[in-house]
Design a protein around this ligand. Structure first.
Ligand code: ZN
Length: 349
């Protein structure tokens, strides 16, 4: 192996990413080196590409971006046990400390010292990635690399969708981005009765129809949720809401459409502070849960189990490019019409 690798990095404090050569990372005693096969482009990567205020305040330069990946282990740190060279894997991109109260109680995803690959630490848009062995998630043979490359966002969807018991429940999801669509697929798989997904973007709603069986999509520019509630024969409204859009109006509509004592899991991130009708939430006795990342490693366990048991999100991947064509991949993401965009790192090595 040469000690240089191709990687996509933020080299300058301006719009764009640059494909260049970087040293292959050196691993520590508790790390593994992963040869990356496929990566997914995330909304986070678009923020970094655009170099918006969040990115400029958060991401040091130069930074190899990307955190959604699948590959195989090519080197083991000297203290690593339980993993093998050649093991296919994905992995958790949140690097945690082990000494916080939350970590020591097993709630690793709530560790306040979390650092993200591709944001705070060198990331996965590269031919090789260093990762703590702790973060590695082995892939069973039946999960291909391209699904392995979207387990991070699927994990956000699973974590949110399984926040509350959905068996037999009526579930409203606001925001039909890839994570909203995958959350709809998960609650359908997990036994929800009615699954309704709202958005303002007809392309995304059409994509959702191809991914999720028996899904009712609602373009809220043209339809009222109240009419949909009656059409589907729900007596009082939705039992559970999954907010995936970060849009204030969507949250207001969700609160209105929920039953008394309904539950909301929030994953969407509003652009700033936004007004909330708290008295409405109090009088409806609504429970709200904020969702961050994926539970380590219960979300990963459930997600892989569901994929092995027939959960199919493959159609959410709408675009595939070799990494040399990464600009087209980012264009597709920025068009607002794509599902997941996957970059292939395997050509010509
Ligand atoms: Zn992501």
């Amino acid at each position: 192996m040469s000690n240089q690798m191709k990687a996509l990095s933020k080299d300058k404090p301006e719009e764009g990413l640059w494909l260049g050569h970087h040293p292959v990372p050196e691993i520590g005693p508790d790390d593994v080196l992963i040869r990356v096969n496929k990566t997914g482009i995330c909304g986070t990567d678009i923020h970094i590409w655009n170099w918006d205020e969040w990115a400029a305040n958060t991401v040091p330069i130069p930074m190899i971006t990307g955190h959604e990946f699948a590959g195989e282990i090519v080197e083991l740190g000297r203290d690593v046990t339980g993993l093998k060279i050649g093991q296919r894997c994905s992995g958790e991109g949140h690097l945690i400390t082990h000494d916080s109260r939350q970590s020591r109680s097993g709630k690793y995803h709530l560790d306040p010292g979390t650092r993200g690959i591709g944001v705070n630490e060198q990331g996965a848009f590269a031919q090789y990635l260093r990762l703590p062995a702790f973060n590695v998630v082995p892939l069973p043979d039946e999960i291909p690399d391209e699904i392995g490359a979207i387990l991070d966002p699927l994990g956000n969807a699973v974590h949110t969708a399984l926040s509350f018991e959905v068996l037999g429940e009526d579930v409203l999801i606001t925001g039909a981005g890839p994570i909203g669509i995958m959350a709809a697929a998960v609650v359908r798989h997990a036994g929800a009765r009615n699954v309704v997904l709202t958005d303002l973007n007809p392309d995304r709603l059409a994509l959702a129809q191809t991914v999720v069986p028996r899904l009712r999509t609602v373009d809220v520019r043209h339809e009222e949720l109240n009419d949909v509630i009656h059409e589907l024969g729900m007596k009082e409204g939705f039992d559970i809401g999954l907010e995936m859009s970060g849009n204030q109006k969507a949250l207001d509509q969700m609160v209105e459409a929920l039953v008394m004592g309904g539950k909301i899991a929030l994953l969407g991130i509003p652009p700033g502070k936004s007004p909330v009708d708290w008295s409405r939430i109090v009088f409806k006795a609504i429970t709200i849960k904020g969702v961050y990342g994926r539970e380590m490693f219960e979300t990963w366990y459930k997600m892989i189990a569901m994929l092995q048991n027939g959960l199919d999100v493959s159609k959410v991947i709408t675009h595939r490019f070799d990494v040399d064509q990464f600009k087209q991949g980012f264009e597709a993401m920025k068009s607002g019409k794509s599902g997941k965009v996957v970059l292939d790192w395997t050509k010509g090595r």
